[in-house]
Design a protein around this ligand. Structure first.
Ligand SMILES: [Zn+2]
Length: 470
């Protein structure tokens, strides 16, 4: 049971109710199973105690569990056994039936005695459901029946914890080991790293924003990506839960991973866009995607027009609409606006038809195409409908700076911007001065513009006019 290594705790609780935040624990049962390093039989350690919930137990629950008020009187309170429970669960995979219930109760109980508790949790209901999808029920009684488990002390904490340990053994006896391991992996969302990578490849990756590069045998990267949490994102490429075709190909070809942390999301995106352009990774679709993107230009009295990214002049970005990921995306946006606001398909350039437009014929156009509405009135409504897509005019006389600091403050990137485009980033005063004195010509990048607009909408105060810093 290598996935369970080095230790597993099969846990069951009895409680005074179902609300982890309100109700108390009356009994805890833990079966701790530790793998033997030399491959021998695992060490099994059973432990159980009644717990004084410091509140009366409802009669119905006394009847179900057999645990009465009289039994828990004189038993230790949770705070008296918290240290022992913590030590027994330490380093273990936490396994329980409806694990959220038991894990939630313990988390709350530990929190009340100011002891943080976290564990990796495996729910045996999920495991049963995954391995025996045809079974009509996955309640503990059904599981016990189905696998012929011989359990003593059902409904008491230790008895139920033992049942889970027996279930785990039965599962490994019934099904091929690989199938069980794979099911556990999926439930725990453990990524299965490609075998040619070192086993600790993930641990070496910081949980910080930045860019990552996957390399194969070739000196050029296979793939460049960015994330707010590098380790999580890289792991996601290899998680068995869901893989796209690109991830499957990457898994086969990858030989090593490189990471470059950045101060924040903006820095990561900017670095990614430079790397993708300069290194042309084989599996990045981003390049092609960017070539499809563009902005929309529109003035009252005219048809909206799509300007592809390559033809966008940076100073013209402000005052446009979008950016859109493709001509088609722009069209879809206009179709939706026409539908929601009874706008005219002819005037939007969605079709060219003499006479009333398609929307008018199905009574969806207010009638600008046949004089039922004036062109001015239509275009005023269109301008209002487009407000959410409007890119504001660049609000500065020249350059603006966005300072981005990492969460621990150890790293600061200053991004130099103009016309919703990125000119470069500086890590110190010297670099910043050089960039501001001789800035390169802005080049439009739809992803960068989109992120800058989002940053501007949320925190306009993070944009500083460069002149104020002089
Ligand atoms: Zn019309």
């Amino acid at each position: 049971m290598n996935l369970f290594a080095p230790a597993v705790a099969f846990v069951d609780l009895e409680t005074t109710g179902t609300q982890a935040a309100r109700d108390g624990i009356t009994e805890i049962g833990i079966v701790r199973v530790e793998a033997d390093a030399r491959g021998g039989a695992p060490r099994v350690d059973e432990w159980s105690t009644l717990v004084d919930p410091e509140a009366p137990i409802p009669p119905a629950i006394q009847a179900l569990t057999g645990i009465t008020d009289a039994m828990v009187r004189g038993a230790p309170t949770f705070s008296a056994i918290a240290a022992e429970v913590h030590a027994r669960l330490e380093g273990c995979l936490f396994v329980a039936h409806n694990a959220r219930f038991d894990y939630g109760f313990l988390k709350h109980a530990f929190a009340r005695v100011s002891r943080p508790f976290t564990a990796r949790v495996l729910c045996t209901v999920k495991l049963s459901r995954r391995l025996f999808p045809e079974a009509p029920s996955h309640g503990l009684d059904a599981v016990i029946d189905r696998h012929g488990l011989e359990v003593e002390g059902r409904h008491r904490a230790l008895g139920d914890a033992r049942a889970l340990w027996l279930f785990a053994q039965a599962v490994y006896a019934d099904r091929p080991r690989e199938a069980v391991d794979e099911a556990v992996r999926r439930i725990l969302k453990i990524p299965s790293l490609p075998p040619q990578l070192p086993a600790d490849a993930l641990e070496a990756i910081p949980e910080a924003p930045g860019v990552y590069l996957f390399y194969g045998d070739n000196p050029l990267p296979l793939y460049v990506g960015k994330s707010l949490n590098l380790r999580e994102r890289v792991a996601a490429h290899f998680s068995s839960d869901w893989r796209c075709e690109t991830d499957l190909r990457l898994s086969a070809e990858i030989r090593r991973i490189e990471c470059e942390p950045t101060a924040g999301e903006l820095g990561a995106l900017l670095r990614e866009s430079t790397l993708v352009k300069s290194r042309m990774p084989a599996h990045n679709r981003a390049l092609r995607r960017k070539a499809d993107a563009g902005v929309m230009r529109w003035e009252p009295g005219r048809e909206p027009a799509f300007v592809p990214a390559a033809a966008v002049d940076a100073p013209d970005v402000g005052g446009g609409y979008g950016p859109f990921s493709s001509r088609r995306a722009m069209r879809e946006c206009l179709v939706a606006l026409a539908r929601d606001h009874a706008l005219c398909w002819n005037r939007l350039g969605l079709e060219r038809r003499a006479g009333p437009c398609f929307a008018r014929q199905v009574r969806r156009c207010a009638g600008a195409c046949e004089g039922a509405e004036s062109g001015e009135a239509h275009d005023a409504r269109l301008a209002a409908a487009l407000a959410a897509q409007a890119i504001p005019a660049w609000p500065f006389a020249g350059l603006a700076l966005v300072r981005e600091a990492s969460e621990d403050g150890a790293r600061v990137d200053v991004h130099v911007l103009r016309d919703w485009c990125w000119l470069g980033s500086a890590r110190d005063d010297g670099e910043l001065q050089a960039l501001c004195e001789a800035p390169p010509k802005p080049a439009f990048d739809p992803d960068v513009t989109r992120l800058l607009l989002r940053t501007w909408a949320r925190t306009p105060e993070s944009f500083l006019p460069a002149t104020r810093l002089r």
